[in-house]
Design a protein around this ligand. Structure first.
Ligand code: DX5
Ligand code: ZN
Length: 219
């Protein structure tokens, strides 16, 4: 059970300190948005390179961008240990996942709430993680979409049938109130922005989330 706090909810004027505050987490989730794939703009490669240099934990890069075939491999080459692209935006997801792995990163494939998993299940051998979005990508602080849990179960079932180590990540509205149903459905990597950075004590929030997820592990 891994926790990946999203720095989208952090203080952007103090990112080094905000990364230090989540040093007890497994990953730092970094949301790259291009104002085209989603209607919001965050930061790109130069800022992510700077974060990689100072982060005490590995970087989990979530690319909400058009044309990831062109732009995603550079994040892996820069040293992001996990790079996730949206399948809705990728022209050649199989080649892209291979390029990410060749550059030394774990390859992740993300699904928007309206995107089904089944058409992509054949890509599993190329993947290290599948991200099931539990909000429409673009903004932090939105309400959790419980109607995505059947998709989490479907991905977990595919992974079990396929065998091997593919992680199932959920992102959006994950909190102490919603993390248990995600774990029960089969998620094992949990992104949380507001639930961690909105808490008085980020380390305590991470520990609480981890304990709740562990207690509700998918059988
Ligand atoms: C949304 C981002 C999320 C976001 C989650 O598009 O991908 O990572 O930061 O924020 P919370 O946990 O506040 O919903
Ligand atoms: Zn994200």
């Amino acid at each position: 059970m891994q926790i990946s706090p999203s720095i989208l909810a952090a203080d952007f004027a103090n990112l080094e300190a905000q990364l230090a505050a989540i040093g007890s987490a497994d990953w730092a989730h970094v949301d790259v948005m291009d104002n085209h794939f989603v209607p919001n703009l965050t930061f790109g490669l130069p800022v992510v390179e700077a974060l990689i240099k100072v982060s005490p934990i590995p970087i989990d890069c979530h690319l909400m961008i058009d044309d990831p075939d062109r732009w995603a491999p550079a994040y892996a080459e820069a040293g992001a240990q996990s790079v996730t692209f949206h399948v809705e935006a990728a022209a050649h997801p199989q080649q892209l996942a291979r390029a990410l792995r060749a550059a030394g990163a774990r390859a992740g494939l993300a699904l928007k709430p309206g995107t089904a998993w089944e058409p992509y299940a054949g890509l599993l051998p190329e993947l290290d993680m599948v991200l099931v979005m539990t909000v429409e990508p673009g903004f932090g602080g939105q309400s959790f979409m419980a109607d995505q849990m059947p998709k989490v179960r479907a991905v977990r079932d595919s992974v079990r049938r396929h065998g091997g180590e593919v992680w199932v990540q959920v992102d959006g509205g994950v909190s102490a109130e919603t993390i248990e149903q995600c774990a029960e459905a089969g998620a094992d990597v949990f992104v949380a922005g507001s639930a961690v950075y909105g808490a008085d004590d980020a380390a305590a929030a991470i520990a609480d989330l981890r304990a709740l997820a562990t207690r509700h592990t998918h059988a």
